[in-house]
Design a binder for this molecule. Structure first.
Ligand code: NAD
Length: 493
């Protein structure tokens, strides 16, 4: 199958474009070829989106929302089909793939509901016979740049609020996982979303992504990906005075206090560290443990690893799938070697699996380091694989300090039975997401998603907060006094 861009409601095939293969990371299977589009295709998509936006903004929001309901029903109808494709192109196990598609369904219905809300404010004016209100106004054409690790959920977090608010979108998915975008485009077509409202252009970041960030008619860029790319996008976007929303990396920690339910903590750590083979932005990559329970926790974690079957995620008994590609495998291995050199103790795992039945895919053993010092590279940098570092602390205060010492601020978690510790922790942990007695993953779509410090630049995906990215506040004053009234000056009525 040769994928095509979806521009202005049409499937566009362009002669002379280079195509590259899309590979199943579990077994090397060739799934499709994806075009490497150029600035020309971006220009075409933006032109279509710009034209469509004028009309789309005038469609009443509850009517725009009707399309999202239809999209939600289609996603629901196709859930299993989409989950199978997701597992094949990205590698996450089928149960998680179903969960990701469900996130898209939830987002569709939640944002469709916004069609009848999109609340603004009315407030008294300081002057007599004057009415004051604020409304959300669409911004125009929105550019979406998304990563491979959540190929459908993240796109729905961004595109649905943008669309319901009256914007049109140009979306560049990751070329590692273009099939989910292709499936989404089919759904846009099937529900009759007006031409040009959602456009998809496949290609690389430096070509298609940069062309979008530079395009004068794209007013907002919503990006999710690595910090290295995010800072380039911010720099270029800043130069063009764009609104840029960035969601980037994490170095998320689970804190285990001495009064924690250790069985629950182990379950939470295993799920959030090794689910999606550690390739979630919210994955647990540090365990900050109280010294009194460190040994016991380590023994329990190592023993829990034996329950993690590794393999092709389409097999329902598999718990840890492959990582995305060879480069990821090499990067993870590189960090493991750094950890060893830094003097951390390898408690379990530590190797890529290269013999049959793993030799055709990209598999890395679930890996646990202990005796990790906070200043070590493996305790500070995002590894983005199934590797977790155990750091010992002597108090809650120290645990919070260690948690907050990294440059990222996405997710954190604390296991404790002490309500005082829990409330102190949720106040003092400096991440955008905090879990109590649960791992670091599992965000729900009706709450804001994003991080502090190096993880983001103050915006949020999903929840009501997402609407702030895709709308401008417009304040409207209606003076029905029939005379000129000057705010702050005419103080006598
Ligand atoms: P990446 O930065 O390599 O790529 C992300 C997207 O940016 C891709 O579509 C890519 O093609 C594009 N891109 C690359 N160079 C570009 C450029 N110069 N200009 C414009 N676009 C460009 O990230 P990835 O490897 O696809 O994803 C993994 C990263 O994403 C991890 O760091 C992870 O933590 C992060 N992530 C963050 C969140 C979050 O919400 N905070 C969620 C998921 C993933």
């Amino acid at each position: 199958m040769q994928l095509k861009n979806y521009i202005d409601g049409k499937w566009i095939e362009i002669d002379g474009l280079q195509y590259i293969p899309v590979i199943n990371p579990a077994n090397g299977e060739h799934l499709a070829t994806v075009p490497l589009s150029t600035k020309h295709e971006v220009d075409k998509a933006v032109e279509a989106a710009k034209k469509a936006q004028k009309k789309w903004a005038l469609v009443p929001a509850p009517k725009r929302a009707e399309f999202l309901y239809e999209i939600g029903f289609k996603l629901k109808e196709k859930k299993e089909h989409l989950a199978q494709i997701l597992t094949k192109e990205m590698g996450k196990v089928i149960e998680e793939a179903r969960g990701e598609v469900q996130e898209g369904i939830d987002m569709a219905f939640y944002m469709a509901g916004e069609g009848r809300r999109l609340f603004g404010e009315t407030t008294p004016s300081e002057l007599a016979d004057k009415f004051a209100m604020s409304v959300r106004a669409p911004i125009g054409v929105v550019g979406l740049i998304t990563p491979w690790n959540f190929p459908i959920a993240i796109a729905t977090w961004k595109s649905f609020p943008a669309i319901v608010a009256g914007n049109t979108v140009v979306w560049k998915p990751s070329i590692e996982t273009p099939l989910m975008a292709y499936e989404m485009a089919k759904i846009f077509e099937e529900v009759g979303l007006p031409d040009g409202v959602a456009n998809i252009v496949f290609g690389t970041g430096p070509n298609v992504g940069s062309a979008m960030v530079e395009h004068p008619d794209i007013k907002v860029i919503s990006f999710t990906g690595s910090n290295a790319t995010g800072s380039k996008v911010a720099e270029l976007g800043g130069k063009h005075l764009k609104k840029v929303s960035l969601e980037m990396g994490g170095k998320n920690a689970v804190i285990v206090m001495d009064d924690a339910d250790l069985n629950l903590a182990v379950e939470g750590i295993i799920w959030s560290a090794f689910g999606t083979a550690g390739q979630r932005c919210t994955a647990c990559s540090r365990v900050i443990v109280h010294k009194d329970v460190k040994n016991e926790l380590e023994e329990m974690l190592v023993s829990a690893l034996s329950s993690l079957t590794i393999g092709d995620g389409l097999d329902p008994t598999v718990k840890v799938g492959p990582v995305i590609n060879k480069a990821a495998l090499e990067k993870i291995n590189h960090y493991v070697q750094i950890g060893k050199k830094e003097g951390a103790t390898l408690l379990a795992g530590g190797k890529a699996l290269t013999s049959p039945p793993f030799d055709k895919g990209y598999y890395f053993e679930p890996t646990i380091f202990t005796n990790v010092k906070n200043e070590m590279i493996i305790a500070q940098e995002e590894i983005f694989g199934p590797v977790v570092s155990i750091i010992e602390v002597a108090s809650l205060e120290e645990a919070i300090e260690v948690n907050n010492s990294v440059k990222f601020g996405l997710s954190s978690s604390i296991f404790s039975q002490d309500v005082n510790k829990i409330f102190k922790a949720q106040r003092d942990l400096d991440t955008g997401i905090v879990y109590v007695n649960a791992g670091t993953t599992g965000a729900e779509i009706h709450l804001p998603f994003g991080g502090t410090k190096g993880t983001g630049n103050g915006h949020r995906d999903s929840g009501q907060a997402a609407l702030d990215v895709y709308t401008e506040w417009k304040s409207i004053y209606v003076d029905y006094s029939g005379r000129l009234q000057r705010a702050q000056i005419d103080t006598e009525n």
